[in-house]
Design a protein around this ligand. Sequence first.
Ligand SMILES: [Zn+2]
Ligand SMILES: [Zn+2]
Length: 272
Amino acid sequence: MEGTAAKPRLVDSHAHLDMAEFDADRADAVRRSLAAGVVAILCPADLTRAESLPAIAGLAAEFPSVLAAAGVHPHQAKDFSDDHLDELRGLAVRGAIRAVGEIGLDYHYDFSPRGIQLEALRRQLAFAAEAGLPVILHSRLSGADIIAAVDAEGAGRGGILHCFTEDWTTAMAMIDRGFHISFSGILTFPKAGSLREVAAKVPLDRLLVETDSPYLAPVPHRGSGRRNEPAFVVETARVLAGIRGLSLEDLAEATTRNFARLFPFEKTGGEC
Ligand SMILES: [Zn+2]
Ligand SMILES: [Zn+2]
């Protein structure tokens, strides 16, 4: 396709394309991302919502650039049960998921009691280690407990601490445990100075970028209720490149290489 060859190859390491916000144009959102140079998108399905995994599995079947993951989000931890572990086991055996997630802790919203969040996290971490799958971790105001859970259950194949908003101590501890740190559009927000300071220090071989679509649209797409989508990951990559003193091309090359090390994916491009 004309013009795409010169575009930096980027990966969106976290997008909720299962959400209702994409019901009208799910496949078109992937096509737009391909046209924008996004060669892979990691999509976490939530097993407590019946429509989530089928939506992601459908996209993954249609587009080689879409990689499926599944788990129970900390917000839904109160609904977590053994059935979800059985479902994860079945998916892993069939090779239908590339990671367990997103899983984790959220002490900002506290939608599920913290003890229950911890239990769901630890059991899914243990499953991931047993299945040999990387994990996608969500942590909000809960860095110390995430680290403790990883230490208790083992880091397994490592993974991603996604939409990073914690402090440098947490970043360093997770890097030491083999994890990658993924930055979302928050990095482009005017008030995110302390996050940009952390982003400047993460080793280049552990950096990733993501959209967390449909949430957190980066500047300049940010606006009241404006939907985010994978094609916009380039704006976060551009800001991160600036912070690191790199060209967009070099930053894209590094983050895409990091992602491919975690999740080997086929070369895509030209399908649009
Ligand atoms: Zn999250
Ligand atoms: Zn998420």
